[in-house]
Design a protein around this ligand. Structure first.
Ligand SMILES: [Zn+2]
Length: 202
């Protein structure tokens, strides 16, 4: 597949160092535009990720991705003016490994949709912790299958006990975060952005 470097749209210059953009970067309208989720497509148009608009802009300016859809906001920085993307597509095909994604706090919270798996309360990331379903002190491992999002009160209540000892079972059986799971999450998020739909439902 040939690179379509000419197709960056607007006045964006692909050779511009992305770093120079960061300090004075702002967008018109509400300042949340740069934090809005952007759908990332593989070169094949397959949805593979979601990132913040700020990161998406850097990828576009670096010449790694191109804008497929815009979110209606306009970005002004040093010598750049461009429309904030809603969907970007990588210019080079990226092989997505079959093994599951990196185990991280962020990805566990994403998988569990920021919802405590014991009391089903949805909270901001900062108010959630990770609970070992089988406590480490009882031989539990730090794996996708043994870590769940948990609020602090439930975490304290459960302590070092096994789920059946305190009658606290995770709402959903924890599984590894595979591409199917992430597509499901992307679909949920995509409901708020009509421009995502044609890429997510295919
Ligand atoms: Zn809870």
């Amino acid at each position: 597949m040939s690179l379509r470097l000419h197709n960056f749209g607007g006045s964006v210059r692909p050779h511009l160092p992305a770093a120079m953009l960061a300090p004075g970067m702002h967008s018109e309208g509400d300042g949340h535009a740069l934090h809005q989720p952007v759908l990332v497509l593989n070169a094949s148009y397959e949805p593979i990720n979601v990132c913040a608009a700020r990161r998406a802009i850097v990828l576009v300016l670096k010449g790694v991705a191109m804008t497929e859809e815009e979110n209606g906001h306009f970005l002004h920085a040093a010598r750049v003016a461009m429309r904030v993307p809603s969907v970007i597509r990588l210019l080079e095909y990226r092989r997505i490994p079959h093994q599951s994604r990196a185990l991280s706090r962020k990805n566990i919270l994403l998988r569990d949709r920021n919802t405590c798996q014991y009391c089903s309360t949805t909270l901001p990331s900062g108010e959630l912790t990770l609970d070992h379903v089988i406590p480490r002190s009882r031989g539990g491992l730090s794996t996708w299958e043994n870590l769940v999002a948990c609020c602090h009160p439930c975490n304290r209540r459960k302590g070092n006990q096994l789920p059946h000892e305190v009658n606290m079972k995770p709402a959903r059986e924890p599984r590894s975060f595979n591409l199917h799971t992430s597509r499901h999450i992307m679909r949920l998020m995509g409901h708020s952005d009509d421009k995502w739909r044609k890429y997510l439902f295919y």
